[in-house]
Ligand binder design. Structure first.
Ligand code: SF4
Ligand code: SF4
Length: 381
């Protein structure tokens, strides 16, 4: 495992960080899905045994903090930097900040967090930070030793990202970044801006919700044939690892095999390993992807649940797949009806309440895009 100094702080972290938001699920008798605890604990401990010492979770990843708390028993807690996030958008008063943090500590079975982040400070949530003095709250937690380091995650645009970076003497920040998103949200310039200020930068959406780890359309695959890596996931991480400004790259592993594959990938590459020609191939791959993207949804599900039951990420994934990877042997409209129309999860249920939009880190005009998807995919009677 390759380690790197954590900015100005006197410890090192593994460049591979375990994102705890995509654990395998099991279905209960009543149809609800819960995390498969045994497999999730195996995933977490395999990563730690392999040298990973950065474990990232959040209040809003369903069931995740509880399972992470269980996995970190038996001496594992002391081996890692434990990171979680405060869901600022769910706070309705200053007191809620403490309430959420106390609940998170209890779920995680710990007295302190190594790193505590204000979750997703994109433009809409930034107002709440100011309204509830959340930065002061975080500073107090640090003084009290309840959070050793404090920071934020943010999906905002570049100018907003810079404002948040400059708003406090943060210890760490977290952004969406991968070869597809080089110029999206804060992008490459935002990464360099934060890094130049001495901030460790944690990378989320390294594989853009899994999209960059799958077999891409032919036009993209052709370009990626010129870059290193045995799998598409490896090719994507090779691009990130190349950049020394990327301190830790999170991967939301959903199996032990996935963890093992990542451990190998992160052992293989060093910063600045790519040639000019290979970097150009990634740029060309991004241009090809852009020809195949209808809606910029990453499948994070922050917009869910929709009060009307619309399966927002499911519909957007389907819509994008119509031009990316849909199995062409099945009729597009038949599949759409199976997945959405018949289960009443389709966009016609949308009453345009706008509740989902205030949570979308990608700033997608959700009701508009849902209509577009429905027009393109629904069976025509
Ligand atoms: S705008 Fe539509 S999709 Fe979004 S939460 Fe409201 S009903 Fe659901
Ligand atoms: S619409 Fe936005 S919030 Fe919902 S899953 Fe997609 S990216 Fe996430």
């Amino acid at each position: 495992m390759k380690y790197v100094k954590f900015g100005k702080h006197d410890f090192e972290v593994s460049r591979f960080g375990l994102g705890c938001m995509r654990f395998p699920k099991i279905k209960l008798e009543d149809g609800t899905e819960v995390i498969n605890e045994k497999e999730a604990i195996d995933i977490i401990r395999t990563a730690i045994d392999g040298g990973v010492n950065y474990i990232d979770t959040a209040y809003v990843y369903p069931g995740s903090e509880v399972v992470v708390g269980k996995a970190l028993q038996d001496g594992y807690r002391e081996k890692v930097k434990l990171v979680t996030k405060l869901p600022i958008w769910s706070c309705t008063s200053e007191e809620d900040l403490q309430k959420f943090m106390d609940e998170e500590l209890e779920r995680l079975q710990t007295d302190y967090l190594d790193i505590y982040l204000l979750h997703n400070l994109f433009e809409a949530n930034w107002a709440k930070v100011k309204q509830f003095n959340a930065i002061e709250f975080m500073k107090k937690q640090k003084e009290a030793g309840k959070a050793k380091l404090i920071g934020f995650s943010c999906h905002g645009q570049l100018s907003h990202w810079k404002e948040v970076v400059d708003a406090n003497d943060w210890d760490v920040c977290m952004m969406q970044y991968n070869y597809f998103d080089k110029y999206y949200q804060a992008g490459e310039e935002g990464l360099k801006y934060a890094s130049a200020k001495g901030l460790p930068v944690i990378i989320m959406e390294s594989l853009r919700g899994g999209m960059l780890g799958q077999t891409p359309p032919e036009n993209v695959a052709e370009k990626l044939a010129k870059v290193p890596g045995e799998t598409y996931g490896e090719k994507s991480f090779a691009w990130l690892i190349n950049q020394p400004e990327c301190t830790v790259m999170l991967s939301g592993c959903s199996s032990v095999e996935h963890v093992k594959e990542n451990l190998k990938t992160f052992d293989k590459y060093e910063p600045n390993h790519l040639t000019e020609e290979q970097l150009k191939a990634y740029d060309e791959a991004r241009e090809e992807w852009n020809k195949k993207t209808l809606v910029a949804c990453t499948g994070c599900a922050y917009c869910m649940p929709c009060p009307m039951g619309v399966d927002i990420p499911g519909i957007f994934k389907y819509y994008n797949d119509t031009v990316r990877v849909l199995d062409k042997s099945q009729s597009q409209t038949f599949l759409y009806a199976q997945l959405f129309s018949h289960s009443k999860k389709d966009p016609t249920q949308c009453i345009e309440c706008g509740k989902c939009m205030s949570h979308c880190p990608q700033n997608i005009q959700i009701p508009v895009k849902l209509k577009e998807a429905h027009e393109a995919c629904a069976p025509k009677n």
